[in-house]
Design a protein around this ligand. Structure first.
Ligand code: M6R
Length: 604
């Protein structure tokens, strides 16, 4: 969490910093601040709240200068106040922005001579610690300070004595450096630099960057490291709202297009299989995989649950799905015959990253399924697959979920074809996958209709979502989407589990959203819906086009095109995303930046 931006070059820095903060606001939006160095003097402006408020505060103020740092905060240590906002400045001479947590800040405080603190943050302690180590060389100060620090950091410092230099360091919190013409950008992810350069290098843990007229990267042993430059192919336009009210709606509509990107080059129709390059396993090795584990959090975990159905049905491989945060703290049984998929949109989720390391340590074959190119999980797993969803900026994940699901389905098919899935089934599945984006389009055309339905449900305080089989994860995802952006309490349940407890919650005040598409569990699902209707619940039904019978159990109904059962989540989730979106808008919520949340959760 927290977004960092820095720039050194020839351009006026303030507009770059402010736009960069807007691009990174998804990482946290409790407060924001900028510091600009000019003529040996650092000017700083900070404000509680979102970047727009900071921008208003800056109106009429002149902060000229071509070097600066900025930060958007998701509070960990210390409340949401201007004093706690970054950048922190020591002695008017050195500014710092920091993402992460300094665990031994109390011990450090004992060693720091300057005892005057304006904030309650660990970052101010870190700032003073680096400053105390400064003896005229800023890189050396950071190098000398870091061994004394325990915790995580992505940090950038700027010093009044070094008007053309930024120094950055990373341990656990991401930092990317963009390389332009006689200018450098540094940020928590590549989005702020995309309008200016596509040439980017990523700092790894334990690395320190000195950025002035050239970029030099050192490790903690003080050796200069040569780094790969990655050409980022994300289209900047894809990171903009493109005429939509906000990012979430745009990203929901993006799905029909980016879904095709997830399939591109990965389909072998003749052999009825998928060609997933990222496993680095021979066919023989793939046949030897005895177990699959999928580790992820939130929406990524829901995609993983769909993957479980697919691996077990198509490939007959026992598959477990775990919360990354739980995996690490139990004693998971992982060995060389276990293939571990870690799934993450951001590729930076701390729980998932730690779980991936733990799985590796235990001898599992760990592969990433990740969206953000060059992110830590992508790099650390070394092998795996990018989902090609493009930049996803709304806190609520939508298109990444769809593309994670697509990638898992393709992997399941590939394993299945090496085992018992027939050529005909493989080809039928691929054909159905190729038809999905057009079907998504048909669903998206019902946006206005779904908006009307959302208005009927917006004032309920509790809403249940039910599904069975492959639509159980869809129910979980529908509930998560609704609660995170509308703040309505929502729960996803397996239809069959209702009568074992949750049915007690059902009444006319607790409506139920049910996924009743035409599949092998149709009749069972219908019974579950009848159970809730008998208790007075209003029901919104997701049904298959042409199913007139479904109307019998519906107060409201949304019809979707038919597809193969395993592929249903790719379609059935979309109306739930739109439903959550419109409820949230109707309630006047900040859809893209819901309270208390951040897009990538880089702390445990
Ligand atoms: O970046 P990741 O996919 O690792 O993020 C995992 C979860 O934090 C994320 O899916 C979260 O639940 C979303 N806000 C859901 O919309």
């Amino acid at each position: 969490m927290c977004g960092i931006v820095g720039y050194v070059g020839n351009k006026q820095v303030l507009p770059i910093l402010l736009q960069g903060l807007r691009d990174l606001e998804y990482r946290g939006y409790d407060s924001a601040g900028v510091a600009v160095l000019d003529n040996g003097k650092i000017d700083r402006v900070r404000e509680v709240g979102k970047v727009d408020k900071l921008s208003q505060k800056l109106e009429g103020k002149k902060l000229p200068g071509t070097i600066g740092v900025a930060h958007t905060r998701w509070a960990t240590h210390g409340g949401v106040t201007e004093f706690n906002a970054h950048p922190h400045i020591v002695d008017g001479r050195m500014a710092i922005v920091h993402n992460g947590i300094i665990e031994n800040y109390r011990e450090l405080k004992e060693k720091i001579q300057d005892k005057n603190y304006e904030s309650q943050t660990d970052t101010e302690v870190l700032a003073k610690w680096i400053y105390q180590n400064y003896k005229g060389d800023l890189v050396q100060a950071v190098k000398d300070a870091l061994p004394g620090i325990r915790g995580t950091y992505g940090l950038v410092v700027m010093h009044a004595d070094h008007p053309h230099q930024l120094v950055a360091a990373r341990l656990g919190s991401p930092l990317a450096v963009g390389i332009g013409e006689n200018e450098f950008y540094i940020a928590s992810d590549v989005t702020p630099m995309l309008p200016f350069t596509k040439r980017v290098t990523f700092l790894d843990d334990g690395e320190i960057a000195s950025i002035n007229s050239e970029l030099k990267i050192f490790n903690l042993r003080n050796e200069v490291i040569s780094k790969n430059i990655t050409e980022i192919d994300w289209d900047q336009a894809k990171a903009q709202k493109g005429g939509f009210e906000n990012f979430m709606l745009k990203e929901i509509f993006d799905q029909k297009e980016v879904f095709e990107d997830a399939l591109r080059g990965r389909i072998d129709m003749e052999e009825g299989t998928a060609k997933m390059g990222g496993l680095n396993l021979t066919e023989e090795e793939m046949r030897k995989v005895k177990r699959i584990m999928i580790i992820a959090e939130g929406t990524a975990r829901h995609a993983g649950l769909i993957g479980k159905y697919a691996f077990e049905r198509l490939a007959n491989i026992p598959t477990e799905v775990d919360f990354s945060s739980e995996f690490r703290y139990r004693d998971p049984i992982v060995n060389k015959d276990t293939l571990v998929f870690v799934i993450s949109q951001s590729g930076e989720t701390a729980d998932t990253l730690m779980a991936a390391r733990e799985a590796k340590r235990k001898g599992g074959q760990v592969r990433g399924i990740v969206n953000v190119v060059g992110s830590t999980i992508a790099r650390e797993t070394g092998a795996g697959t990018y989902i090609h969803a493009g930049p996803e900026l709304a806190v609520a994940s939508t298109k990444a979920y769809t593309n994670m699901t697509a990638v898992l389905l393709l992997y399941a098919l590939q394993f299945g074809r090496l085992k018992h899935t027939s050529l005909a089934t493989g080809q039928r599945m691929l054909q159905s996958l190729l038809e999905i984006s057009e079907k998504m389009n048909e669903i998206l055309k019902q946006n206005e209709e779904i908006k009307k339905i959302a208005n009927i449900y917006k004032d309920y305080k509790n809403i249940l979502f039910i599904g069975r089989g492959v639509n159980y994860p869809v129910a979980l995802e529908g509930a998560l989407k609704l609660e995170e952006i509308s703040y309505i309490h929502a729960e996803g349940l397996a239809g069959g589990a209702l009568k074992h407890g949750p049915l007690a919650l059902v009444s006319k005040d607790v409506p139920v959203v049910a996924i009743l598409t035409k599949n092998q569990l149709y009749e069972k699902m219908k019974s579950s819906i009848q159970e809730v209707r008998a208790r007075g619940a209003r029901t919104l039904i997701i049904a298959t086009q042409g199913d007139e019978e479904a109307k019998e159990v519906a107060d409201e109904i949304i019809y979707l095109p038919k597809t193969m059962e395993l592929l249903e989540p790719l379609l059935n989730t979309i109306p739930l995303q739109l439903f959550a979106y419109h409820v949230s808008v109707a309630l006047g919520r900040d859809v893209d930046r819901p309270r208390n949340l951040a897009k990538s959760v880089t702390v445990e």
